[in-house]
Design a protein around this ligand. Structure first.
Ligand SMILES: [Zn+2]
Length: 56
C-alpha cells in the first residue's frame, strides 16, 4: 500500500480589511473652501500597500 501524502492546502492570504483584498480604496475627493464632495477616486490602500493581503 502506497503511503498517501496528505499535503495540507495553503491557507489563503488574509484579506486586507480596508480594501477587501483589492489593494485599492476609494477615497472621497473634496475641493474648495467648503470641502465640497466632488466624487470618489481610487487610491492605493495604505494598510496593505496595494497587495490586498493583510499584514500581520
Ligand atoms: Zn488593503
Amino acid at each position: 500500500m502506497a503511503a498517501r501524502k496528505t499535503t495540507a492546502p495553503k491557507p489563503p492570504p488574509k484579506e486586507c480589511a480596508p480594501c477587501k483584498g483589492t489593494g485599492e480604496v476609494s477615497r472621497t475627493v473634496r475641493v474648495g473652501r467648503k470641502q465640497r464632495n466632488v466624487g470618489q477616486q481610487a487610491g492605493i490602500c495604505l494598510a496593505c500597500f496595494g497587495t490586498g493581503e493583510a499584514t500581520d
